[in-house]
Design a protein. Structure first.
Length: 277
C-alpha cells in the first residue's frame, strides 16, 4: 500500500491569482500536441503543412475547452443545468468531460476543414496520434487533484488517502469516505492506458501510410476499450451511481461504447478502400 502524497493542487499563488496544476496540464497537453504535430507534418506528404499545425491546435484547443465544459454539464450534471442554466458558465466550480471535449474537437475540425479544403478524415487521421499524451497529462492532473478514484483495493500499489487531508465528513464518494480504505489509483491507470499506451500504438501505426479513416478508427477503438476497462474499477460519480439498475455500467462506459463500435466499423471500411493518408 502507498500513501497518497496529497500534492497541493495550486502550483503557484501570486496574491489573488492562483495557478493550478490541472490548468498547467492543459498547457502541457496542447504544447505536446503542437510539438508532435510539427514532427508529424514533416512525414505526411503535405497532408497538413507544418505552418498549418498552429491553426489545427488552436481550433482543437477551443473544441476541447468548450466541448469539455458543455459535455460535463450535459452528461454528468444535467439536473444542475435544468435548475439553473447559468451553471454552464460556472467554470470555477470545475467539471470537464473527455467525451464532450472529443465532440467539441470534431466540430472544430469540421470548421477548420472547410477553411483548409481537405477531407474530414484526412484531418482527424492527422490529429489522432497527437491526442493521447495530452490525455495522459490531464489524468496526471486528476491525480494531483486527488479525484476520480477507483474502488477499494489491497494491491501493493493501492493508495491510502490521509484522513487529516481528506477528512471523512467532507470527502466521500460512491464507496464512502475516501480515507477509510486504500483505493485503486484509476486515474493513473487511465494515464497509462488511454494516454501512454494508446500514444505508442497510434504513433507507431501512423508512421506508415494507412487507409483513409484507419488512424481515426484505431483511436476510437483504442480509447473506447482502454476507458471501458478502467471503468470496471473506477467508481461512478456519487450523484449518478451505476446506470440502468446495474452494479457495473457507468456513464463513462456508456459513452465509450459507441466509440468502440464506430471505431471498429471505421477500420473495416478503411481497409476496403484504396486511398491512403
Amino acid at each position: 500500500m502507498i500513501t497518497y502524497p496529497a500534492i497541493d493542487p495550486v502550483m503557484v499563488s501570486l496574491g489573488p491569482i492562483k495557478v493550478h496544476w490541472y490548468g498547467v496540464m492543459y498547457l502541457v497537453a496542447f504544447g505536446t500536441a503542437w510539438w508532435l504535430g510539427k514532427r508529424r507534418a514533416l512525414k505526411t506528404n503535405g497532408m497538413i503543412a507544418p505552418q498549418q499545425v498552429d491553426d489545427v491546435i488552436f481550433y482543437g484547443a477551443i473544441g476541447v475547452v468548450v466541448g469539455g465544459r458543455v459535455g460535463s454539464v450535459i452528461f454528468y450534471n444535467f439536473d444542475s443545468f435544468i435548475e439553473n442554466p447559468l451553471y454552464l458558465f460556472k467554470i470555477w466550480q470545475g467539471g470537464m468531460s473527455f467525451h464532450g471535449g472529443f465532440l467539441g474537437v470534431l466540430v472544430a475540425m469540421e470548421v477548420y476543414r472547410r477553411r483548409l479544403g481537405c477531407r474530414f478524415f484526412e484531418l482527424t487521421d492527422f490529429i489522432a496520434p497527437l491526442v493521447p499524451l495530452g490525455l495522459a497529462a490531464g489524468r496526471f492532473g486528476n491525480f494531483i487533484n486527488g479525484e476520480l478514484w477507483g474502488g477499494p483495493s489491497s494491491l501493493p500499489w493501492a493508495m491510502k488517502l490521509p484522513c487529516e487531508v481528506y477528512p471523512p465528513e467532507r470527502f466521500i464518494d460512491f464507496a464512502g469516505p475516501l480515507c477509510e480504505t486504500a483505493r485503486h489509483p484509476s486515474m493513473l491507470y487511465q494515464m497509462l492506458g488511454e494516454g501512454l499506451l494508446l500514444f505508442i500504438i497510434l504513433w507507431i501505426y501512423s508512421q506508415k501510410s494507412r487507409p483513409y479513416m484507419a488512424v481515426s478508427g484505431l483511436f476510437l477503438l483504442g480509447y473506447g476499450v482502454f476507458r471501458s476497462l478502467v471503468e470496471f474499477i473506477r467508481l461512478p460519480d456519487a450523484h449518478l451511481g451505476y446506470l440502468l439498475q446495474t452494479n457495473w455500467l457507468t456513464m463513462g462506459m456508456l459513452l465509450s461504447l459507441p466509440m468502440i463500435i464506430i471505431g471498429f466499423l471505421f477500420m473495416i471500411i478503411a481497409y476496403r478502400r484504396v486511398p491512403t493518408t
